[in-house]
Design a protein. Sequence first.
Length: 412
Amino acid sequence: MDLRLTKENILDTLDKNMLDRNVEVKEFVQMLDRYKEARIIAINGAWGCGKSFFIKQVCEVLDYDYQKKRNIASEEDKGFQRIEDIISRHEELQMKPLEHCFITIYYDAWRHDDHDDPLLSLIYEIEGRYKELPHKIDTSFNDICDVLKNQIEKKQGLRSIIEAEKMKGDFRKLLDALHENKTNKCKEERVLIVIDELDRCKPDYAVKVLERIKHFIDLENVFFIYCLNKVELCKSIECFYGRDLESTMYLNKFFDITYDLNIKDVSFYYFQIIGEFRNHPDVNSVIIGLVKYLKFSLRECNQFAEIMKDRLLIKKSRNEEIWISENIFYPIIAALRISNAKECRNFLGGRSGEYLDKMYSEVKEIGQLMSKRRGRADAIRLLEAYSSLFCRDRGNSDIKKIRGELKNLLYD
C-alpha cells in the first residue's frame, strides 16, 4: 500500500474502506457540523495508526459537500465525480445534509519545521488553498496576504502587533475573504485548518506552532484540528521547557476536545492490502496472529505485507523442519524485523527459545496450525525445529538452504 497522501490514495482507501473507518469519518463530519461555535480539536493516536489518512478523508467529504452546496463542481472534475460515486455506493458514508459549509486547509507542520515562523508558512498554505477555490480572486485577499507576510518577514514590531491584536485582525480578514459569494444552502461557512504531524517536528518548532496559533484560535467560525501523538508531543515539550513542566497540562490548555483515534482491526486492513495467500491458506492465520500479538500499526502492516509479498518461501514439503520454517518461522522473523530488530537477531542466532515458547502459548494460531498438520499441538515440536535450524550447525542441504534464506531476511 502506498502511504503517500495523494488524492488518489485517499479516495481509494475511502472507497475500499481499507481502514474500516468510513462510519467514523461520517460521525466525525457530523460532529463538526453540530458544534454551534468554533472548536480546537486534537486527534490523538499512536504513530502509524492512520491519523493523516483519517483527517484527509474527512476533508475530502467536507470538500465534496462544499462544492455540491455551492454548485461549483464541473463535469471535468474527476475527483468530485469519484467521491460522489463512492458516497452513493457506501451507505455508511451517507448522511443528512450538513448545515454548514467547510473550507478545509491542510498544514503539514513537519514539512515546514525548518522555517523561523510557522505563521508565515501557514499563511502561504492559506494563500495556496485560496487559489485552488473556484472563487473570483479578490485583490483585497492578496493585499492582506502581502501585509501579513511582510510584517512577519521583516520582524518589525511583531510583538506589539500581536499585543495590539492588529495581526489578529488582519488574519481574520484573510480568512473572511474565503467566504465570498455565500449560498443560502449553507447556514454559515466555516474554515477548518488542520495542523498535522506536529509531534514529528523539532521541539522548538512544535512549541512555536502551538504558541503562535493560540493567538488566533478565538476567531469566529474557524476550527483548528491538530493531528498528533500526545505522548510523543509531551516529550518534545519537556525537551523544550524542561522536565519540571507538567507537559500534559500544558498541552491540554490548547485543546477543547481530544478525539482518540484507535486502530480497530489490523487483520482486516492487512488482507485489504495484501489479499490472502489462497494456495497456502494455513499461513494466513499465523500472519494475523502475529500482527495482533505484536500490536502492529497500519504503517507496520504495510511494511510486513511488502516483505511477505516479495519473499514468501512457502512450498509444500513433507519435512517437518522445512514446513515449520516456511509456515511459522518465516512470518515470525519478518514480523520481528519490523517490530524488534534486537529480538530478530536473537531469533536468528538461536537465542530465542524462551521467547518462541512464550509466543507459542500466546499466539494461538501457531498451535492451531501445527495441530492441523499432525493432529496434535505442542511446543516441543516447535522448539526442536528451532534448535535444528538455528542452534546447531548441522542438517541436510535443504535445511542449510532454508537456514541461510531465513538469516538473509535480517539483512535484505
